[in-house]
Structure formats: C-alpha cells, structure tokens
Design a protein. Structure first.
Length: 449
C-alpha cells in the first residue's frame, strides 16, 4: 500500500471544507494510532545537513564547534562535516555535484560561475529581502562584488585581502628590516634576496608567486595590474591587459627565481597544503596568500608571523594608478546547494555565521574579519596578534585601494588555472617567457570566447 503523506492529506480535506476541525482532530488521532503520525514526526526530526569547507586544522576545529552550536539551537538537527585541504577540494565538490551528492552548504571559489550558470546553486536575494539573512550591518561593497549577473548566490564568510605573511624570526636572523605598508616590488625583491644570502640558502626570502596552496596566481597579477589602472578582465569578460604587462610580470618572477630570492620550482611544486608551505617548513620568510588564513598559519608554527600589505608598484618610481593593488574581498564564500532538502535551515545557517554573537566568539578571525562591522568590533579584544595585524592590513588596504574588485566571467576559473600552468612552465624551464605569454593569450582567447 502506498504511504500517505498525513499532513498533506488532512490539510487538503480541511482546505476544501470537507471535514470540520473536530473531524480533523479525530482523523489525526486515528492516523496516530495507525502509526502514520509518528513516522511523520520522525521525518521532521531527522533533518540532516552536510557542510563542506577547506582549511587548516585550526579552521576545522573552530568550524566543528560552530556546527555543534548550530545543532544546539535546532532540535533534532544533525550537522555533518566534510573538510580537508584546498588541493583537490574543488574537484571533489564537482564530482559530488555530478553524482547528485553535493553538500547542502559549501565553500566554493574557483568554479562558482560555472556552477551558477548550470543552476546548481541557490539564489539568495529573496532570503535577504525577507530578512532571513540580515545584511544590514554588512560591508555592502564586498557583497556587491560577489554578485553574478546582478544576483547574489553566496554570503562572504569573512572579509580579507591579498597580503604577505612574514616570519619575523627569519627577518631578525638575516638582519633584514620588516617592511612598512608603502614598500614596493623592488624592495620586496631586495629583501627576498638578502634573506636568502644571509641564511646561506637555507631559508629563501619568499615563496614563489604560484605557491599551490597560496595566492592562486591570477590574483597577484590582478593586484599588479590595478597598480597600473588595469585589471585581469574587462566588464564584457575579455582580458583587460596586453602581452607587455604579462611579459613584465613573468620576467620579474623569473629573474627573482634565478637570483635565489624564491625557491626552485621543485620545492614550490611539493607544497600540498598550508602545513607544507615553505613559511611553515622554514624554507621561506615571506608567503603570498589571502589574509583570512592568519590564525591557521600561526597555529602551524612557533615563529611569530605578521601580516603585511602587498607591495606597491613594480618599479621604485611612482606609477599611475592606485597605491595598493589589493582590495577588500570576501575571504571565502559560502553557498547553498540548489537541490538541498534543507534550504530553509541552510539559509538560517548563513544568517547564523554572519550575525550570531556566540558564533563569532568561536570563529574569531579563522576566516578573516567578520562581515558584520558590529560583530567584528565585538571580538577585537579576543583576537591573536597575527589576527590583529591582519585587521590592520585590511584597514590600510581599504583606505588605499582603487575600489572593489571585479566580477570574473563565467570561465574566469579556467583562466586562473591557465595562469598557474603558465607560471609553472616558466619556473620549470619548459618554455621561455615570450613563448609562454604567447601561448597564454592564445589559450585564454579560446577559454573566454
């Protein structure tokens, strides 16, 4: 016999006026005696959601506590977790979407545009307009930059910017001064080479710009372009720069690599996550990455880390364009699966991580500065020194940047992968800078068109 959806059946009869309220209650009692209502109650109580993210153990532990807190506020809810390092994370999410088993809530970065275009992620505009997600105290400019096609599909899980983390012990041992916020790329290269020389090659001055778990190399190039009044992409989704700019960028890193300022390609390629990043293994004094991992990095080393502003123009002479190429962005974006059976609970979770004061006390700045200015202010007394330095860098960047970042085209993630491969090709000597630049433009043209 087919199972009856008890609540639907009773509600339908009641709406049609075919039974009185008294009859409705009698019918409910009969169904309860037959075992249908307990089954319905169990279904309601068995709500379960899978949340996926990447990061270090510090972020994992804080997020697991966060899920427990959310469970405690929702009787009968079970929160499951899927987490690990960044490398391989996005491939797994894509595989899960293809197999119909994607998480209910997830961090996504590289291919969000493609997932949105395929209709796999939930649009959140209605949830915001009806107050289910409260963004009244949020950084509005950052929220605007993550819209796709004028629609919002994600919530920033914190605010961040591109930066460098510095190992203060390595600087001290090499007798090299820590940089100020107005340093430039020439000074960066000088400091990197000086640290390598002072250590006898045991510690390189900096990690390379294509560090696999670090910056994702298209972003630093974006910062460089913004210092010249340009960008990686135009508003109509084409490349926003010429071959000359990419040639200058690749040449800068190729020269620094050959001078010993950054490690050889094989050392950089061996990085499998933050735990094996050169600033943690003691092989590099500077590490380019998103500021949101401040607490995660610090938890992996006894050496004191500080957050530094991305260097200014490529040359020591002043250039046209903004002083700071970096910009304030969503440190991480959290999305809801468009086919989730728990959309309402998932939306509630997004509001919870944005505005709940108890949640903020658990997270602190594990994913960057909180989106809500009120929440961010409330936790400042509790953050660590490296997180405080991160907050200072974000404030400086916000005050000196040209403006908000741009929205990538749908295939922007593929261009980022192309940039990563191109950096690797030059680093491993698989092609000259000129040949690599030419191939980049050929392949990018195919991707974008």
């Amino acid at each position: 016999m087919a199972k009856i959806k008890t609540a639907d059946a009773l509600a339908t009869f009641a709406d049609k006026g075919e039974i009185s309220r008294r009859s409705l209650l009698i019918g409910a009692a009969i169904l309860a005696g037959s075992g249908f209502l307990p089954e319905m109650a169990r279904a309601q109580e068995a709500a379960e959601m899978l949340v996926a993210w990447w990061g270090s153990d510090d972020r994992h532990q804080k997020t697991l506590k966060l899920l427990k807190l959310f469970e405690s506020k929702h009787s009968g809810l079970k929160m499951d977790a899927q987490y690990g390092g960044l490398i391989g994370y996005q491939d797994k999410i894509s595989t899960q979407f293809a197999g119909g088993s994607a998480p209910d809530i997830m961090q996504i970065s590289d291919n969000r545009e493609a997932l949105i275009a395929s209709g796999r992620l939930l649009q959140l505009d209605d949830a915001i307009s009806n107050g289910k997600i409260d963004l009244a105290d949020a950084n509005k400019s950052v929220v605007e930059t993550i819209k796709v096609g004028g629609k919002l599909y994600s919530i920033p899980w914190g605010l961040a910017c591109g930066c460098y983390f510095l190992d203060t012990k390595a600087f001290q041992d090499a007798n090299v001064a820590l940089p100020g916020p107005d340093w430039n790329w020439d000074q960066y290269a000088q400091k990197a080479k000086a640290i390598t020389k002072a250590s006898g090659g045991k510690v390189y001055g900096s990690a390379d710009i294509w560090a696999p778990a670090g910056t994702r190399s298209l972003y630093p190039f974006e910062f460089f372009l913004r210092q010249r009044g340009k960008s990686t992409f135009t508003t109509d989704g084409q490349l926003g720069f010429e071959q000359a700019e990419l040639t200058e960028w690749f040449t800068f890193w190729d020269d620094l690599r050959k001078a010993g300022g950054v490690p050889p390609a094989d050392i950089t390629a061996a990085e499998a996550g933050y735990e094996s990043s050169p600033i943690i293994t003691g092989k590099a004094a500077m590490y380019p990455v998103n500021s949101s991992i401040a607490s995660s990095l610090q938890a992996l080393t006894k050496n004191k880390l500080v957050c530094a502003v991305v260097p200014n123009g490529i040359n020591s002479k002043s250039l046209s364009g903004p002083t700071v190429g970096a910009f304030i962005n969503a440190s991480l974006q959290v999305f809801v699966n468009g086919t989730s059976k728990q959309k309402d609970l998932a939306i509630d979770f997004l509001n919870f991580i944005t505005n709940d004061p108890d949640a903020a006390k658990i997270q602190l700045m594990a994913r960057g500065v909180p989106l809500s200015a009120k929440v961010a202010q409330s936790i400042l007394p509790d953050v660590s020194p490296v997180e405080q330095s991160m907050a200072n860098v974000i404030k400086y960047t916000q005050d000196h940047a040209a403006g908000p970042g741009i929205t990538w085209p749908t295939t922007g993630g593929q261009v980022q992968e192309l940039m990563q491969r191109s950096h690797q090709a030059v680093a491993f000597g698989q092609g000259s800078v000129a040949d690599t630049v030419s191939k980049f433009f050929d392949e990018a043209g195919i991707i974008l068109n």
